[in-house]
Design a protein around this ligand. Structure first.
Ligand code: ADP
Ligand code: MG
Length: 703
């Protein structure tokens, strides 16, 4: 029994959460901190000192020796620098453990090597981390011991955002302000704050660690750059929701326990569509907490996998021809007193506030589809979006039957007089319960789907931070709310004006609504007719960041300055160029040093066997034909390898980052494909024993 844990006892045990603070902090200090967390008031330095002291005492009791300002630079992963709590040795040679309010609030990691896209020159490299008291500190245990991790934002000397968190917090303030304006118009006098909530569903692959280490491409690029499809893929769908194998189950158990201790409410786990693919979904949380927790989830998956002799692949497309991984970003906006603005209620046709909120979201998504698409752009995600599995690269909104009906009633007549009801589901088996169906079915092919009381943005990549997409969602919706309030605040008959505006925006933005199958070619053609953008790659998506429209939007709500947007675009182009450069160089290395030599060895032994067979007076017909075929592919591979080397060197010499990214996309990527094809063709011809690395079948079917 001892192996079985009591979740309620361990949940949050390593988190400096509200109940720990309430218990340990003096009443007045606790009240001050709550004011800062809930109302955004400045924190008094004396109060910060008391909090820091208690936080340290608590962390030391948990075994912590160090603390770190934990932040999210624009590298896609989290960063930290550890400082121990010890002070300078005293005259008796002993040390004290200390931690001041100043150390809690502000850090100054040198950190000059993080991407800044030109915002910081190295000679003025000061960067600061600032405590985000709205996301709780926690103690993390690993080989380095126990570390107190303090979630922080990371900014330049001039206050420019150098991370994912700062703009996210800014966008949360924007949507709070504009949502409150809207709620007041509808007569709400009780709510004090509106916060976006997010539940990110995380997909990932697990492979055997030993096999992983034998694949240079997985180690360097996080995805396979070569690899022939096994005879069986995912076509039988027997993995999806299948019984979880014991090795994986043991891994999931440890992941859950670790996450629960860290206060991450891991809720759902199951096998995904592809063999070796799985999903973990937590219960949703406030947007910035959800973003931090998602980073904790990703780190924990990686760490626990190692302990189980496994490796966790978070890349969006680790295996060509097999489903990729994404992260469904479930998003809603809720007041502090529990009103979800996206809840249509039982009678959506009568819910004017919900209808107007919906109209604002349609307008926001339609006008800024390019930004939303950009927010999901990630080097790995290029292999996913539009590849008949994940949502297409075209942004559209799925409303579902019930809302779509209300939407059309309003467009046609200006108001709606009924809502379609969920019917009851009867199975025809008397021992099974009959129950009411949801009024709305699911549509898995839509990138932005209404699912009951939230929108699910399904484009986000599995490896990516969810901050970027939520910054865009919060800000574009804040803009639409703001415009609605500007119009309605002066209206004589508010209700009529709100109805008129809802009808107007529903009508003007109906092209963004699409309830059909998003994977078909017909939709691509239809979307083009509707004038919806189809942005196929990350390189094509990045320019959306710096358009006049985008600068005006983000500056209006204080989320990004023009300089910050330009720096982010620059970093994105650079990230793309660097990632493809690594992939190309990895392919060159593997082909040159491992694959071609292995094939030469195999063909040499094949040639010897041909002679030997001939010497026995037998016609080595099969062997000769095989040798001819392999040799043909070998020649093609050698030619493609030489071409890839030349093209990659040319791209690497380009200094302008946008031009470099373009060259990697337009020239290097096709050259990589040209090398992969003959290698994959050889893989299925060469003796398995002589193939120099584990095959797809070894990686995805034998975990
Ligand atoms: P799916 O069928 O797509 O797997 P689920 O209903 O299991 O969807 O929910 C997926 C995620 O959405 C979970 O993380 C859940 O906590 C989150 N979620 C549920 N309700 C909300 C909400 N109102 N706002 C934001 N996220 C939500
Ligand atoms: Mg989902």
């Amino acid at each position: 029994m001892s192996e079985y844990v009591k979740v309620s006892e361990i949940f949050g045990e390593n988190v400096f959460n509200d109940s720990v603070m309430r218990e340990r902090l003096p009443k007045k200090v606790y009240a001050e901190l709550k004011k800062t967390i809930e109302e955004g008031r400045d924190l008094d330095p004396a109060v910060a000192d008391v909090i820091a002291h208690e936080m340290k005492e608590w962390a030391i009791e948990k075994g912590a020796t160090h603390y770190t300002h934990w932040f999210q630079p624009l590298t896609g992963v989290t960063a930290e620098k550890h400082d121990s709590f010890i002070t300078a040795p005293m005259s008796n040679g002993k040390v004290l453990m200390s931690f001041s309010g100043k150390e809690l609030i502000k850090g100054e990691p040198d950190a000059s090597s993080f991407p800044s896209g030109g915002l910081r020159a190295t000679f003025e490299a000061r960067g600061y981390t600032a405590w985000d008291c709205t996301s709780p500190a926690f103690v993390r245990y690993d080989a380095a011991g126990a570390i107190l991790c303090i979630p922080t934002a990371f900014c330049s000397y001039k206050g420019e955002a150098l991370d994912q968190k700062t703009p996210l917090l800014r966008s949360m303030e924007a949507i709070n302000k504009e949502s409150m304006r809207l709620l007041r118009l509808f007569g709400n006098t009780t709510s004090k704050k509106v916060t976006p909530s997010v539940g990110p569903e995380q997909e990932y692959f697990l492979v055997d660690r030993e096999k992983y280490l034998q694949r240079e491409d997985l180690v360097f690029a996080g995805r396979t750059l070569f690899g022939a499809m096994p005879p069986k893929g995912q076509e039988l769908e027997d993995h999806y929701f299948g019984t979880i194998r014991q090795r994986i189950a043991a891994f999931m158990k440890d992941v859950n326990e670790e996450l629960w201790k860290l206060g991450v409410p891991a809720k759902t786990q199951h096998n995904e569509v592809a063999p070796a693919q799985h999903e973990l979904a937590p219960i949703y949380a406030e947007c910035n907490v959800a973003a931090d927790q998602n980073h904790i989830v990703m780190t924990t998956l990686k760490k626990i996998a190692c302990q189980h002799g496994l490796y966790c692949l978070l890349h969006e497309k680790p295996f060509a021809g097999v489903n990729g991984s994404g992260k469904h970003n479930n998003w809603s906006i809720t007041t502090d007193d529990g009103i979800n603005l996206l809840d249509p209620g039982k009678k959506p046709h009568e819910n004017l506030q919900f209808q107007l909120v919906l109209a604002c979201i349609l307008k926001a998504v339609d006008e800024h589809a390019d930004l939303l698409r950009e927010s999901a752009a990630d080097v790995g995600n290029d292999h996913r979006l539009g590849a008949n599995e994940a949502p297409p690269a075209i942004i559209s909104i799925y409303l579902g039957e019930q809302l779509d009906d209300v939407f059309h009633q309003i467009i046609e007549t200006g108001s709606a007089d009924h809502s379609l009801k969920g019917e009851s589901l009867t199975t025809g088996v008397s021992t099974l319960p009959d129950f009411r169906k949801d009024a709305t079915d699911r549509n898995r092919t839509s990138p932005f789907a209404f699912t009951g009381n939230k929108f699910e943005f399904r484009m986000v990549g599995s490896k990516d931070s969810i901050s970027g997409p939520n910054v865009v969602l919060n800000t574009i919706v804040a803009e639409a709310f703001s415009e609605a309030c500007d119009i309605l605040e002066g209206a004589e008959d508010f209700e009529q004006a709100a109805r008129d505006l809802t009808k107007k925006w529903f009508t003007e933005h109906q092209r963004i609504v699409f309830n059909g199958n998003g994977y078909t070619d017909e939709w691509v053609a239809e979307a083009e007719r509707r004038g919806l953008p189809n942005i196929r790659s990350m390189v094509d998506a990045i320019p959306a960041l710096t358009t006049d429209k985008s600068v005006a939007l983000f500056e209006k709500f204080g989320v990004f300055t023009k300089a910050e947007l330009e720096s982010r675009a620059e970093i994105q182009f650079e990230t793309y160029a660097k990632a493809i450069n690594i992939e190309a160089k990895t392919m060159i290395d593997m082909a040159k040093k491992t694959i071609i030599p292995a094939v030469i060895k195999y063909t040499t032994s094949l040639a010897s066997s041909i002679i030997a067979v001939k010497n026995c007076g037998v016609d080595p017909e099969v062997q000769t034909e095989l040798l001819g075929k392999i040799n043909c592919h070998l020649k093609e591979a050698q030619k493609a390898l030489e071409a890839l080397e030349v093209i990659t060197a040319k791209a690497a010499a380009i200094e302008d980052m946008e031009a470099a990214a373009r060259a990697y996309h337009d020239e290097v990527m096709p050259a990589m494909e040209a090398l992969r094809a003959p290698v994959d063709a050889m893989e299925v011809l060469v003796d398995k024993k002589d193939w120099p690395m584990p095959a797809y079948s070894d990686l995805i079917f034998e975990v």
